[in-house]
Design a protein. Structure first.
Length: 119
């Protein structure tokens, strides 16, 4: 039962990692960040029986890199229609997306999946 719950979290994370490479929508970015946090939430349990530090660092890196993009998306949604903010927010969002596109090329690659499966 615990194994199935963990596998579901892992699969959700991997599916959303794949999706987030090309889909940068508010919903996808939000869902991917949530799945990252869900997987990190069970890491202390896994650490008791196996090595988790390598994949934990990777997930945290991706989660951190998406924080600025997500914050900008939320601000843009809340401040839409205010012309003085639109230009600045769109510029920041473009910059954050460029960074994410560079980072996300290797997200959940085979090396990462092997580290995750080994734990």
């Amino acid at each position: 039962m615990i194994d199935q719950a963990l596998q579901k979290r892992v699969q959700t994370y991997l599916d959303l990692a794949e999706l987030s490479r090309n889909d940068h929508s508010v919903v996808t970015i939000h869902d991917f960040r949530v799945s990252s946090r869900n997987l990190l939430a069970v890491e202390p349990l896994l650490r008791c029986v196996s090595e988790t530090s390598q994949w934990k660092k990777i997930i945290r890196k991706y989660l951190k890199s998406l924080s600025q993009l997500r914050d900008t998306q939320v601000l843009h949604g809340n401040l839409s229609g205010l012309a003085q903010f639109d230009t600045l927010l769109l510029e920041q969002m473009k910059h954050s997306l460029e960074e994410w596109r560079t980072i996300s090329k290797n997200i959940a690659d085979l090396h990462f999946q092997n580290k995750l499966n080994d734990s």
